[in-house]
Ligand binder design. Sequence first.
Ligand SMILES: Cc1cc2nc3c(=O)[nH]c(=O)nc-3n(C[C@H](O)[C@H](O)[C@H](O)COP(=O)(O)O)c2cc1C
Length: 163
Amino acid sequence: MAIDGIELRRVLGQFATGVTVVTTRLEGVPQGMTANSFTSVSLDPPLVLFCADKRARSGMLVGAAGCFAINVLAEEQRHLSDLFAGRGSDEQRRALLDEIGQDAVTGAPVLPGALGWLDCRLERAIDAGDHVVYFGEVVAAGGGEPAAPLLYFRSSYRRLGPL
Ligand SMILES: Cc1cc2nc3c(=O)[nH]c(=O)nc-3n(C[C@H](O)[C@H](O)[C@H](O)COP(=O)(O)O)c2cc1C
């Protein structure tokens, strides 16, 4: 029996995550998308991954550019999550990345104020259902802002609270 799509989404939403903006740069032009599918994969060699819907244009750009940066958002960067999740136009996203993005190694923009960032060379891209899994080899990393993370749970933004 096939799993019901609405039920699948509901159950997957029980898994709380952080929020990242994945950026890339193709022929000098920066772009990015919000993604919470980021996962660390391997320490040696240093590998991470994120999954992008096949319709996500930024995912396709990552495939063409061969690099991406993962920017782990802080609580006060929720506006960036909204902007890069489709609320902002392509032009607005590009303008912001041109204004505040910083270069590390690959040229994929790193966002100031991010809790952490990982600059990656695309290691492989794997077709997986309606998504593509992008593996990156981490070539530079930094961050460590003393700020709280932006969280996502049951389709809403959340913040850390004490246990
Ligand atoms: C918190 C949050 C997490 C998201 N995570 C992902 C993700 O992991 N993969 C994905 O394809 N889209 C994800 N999205 C949706 C994309 O950010 C959105 O569809 C975006 O506009 C796609 O990029 P594009 O405009 O370049 O096509 C997420 C949205 C939000 C708000």
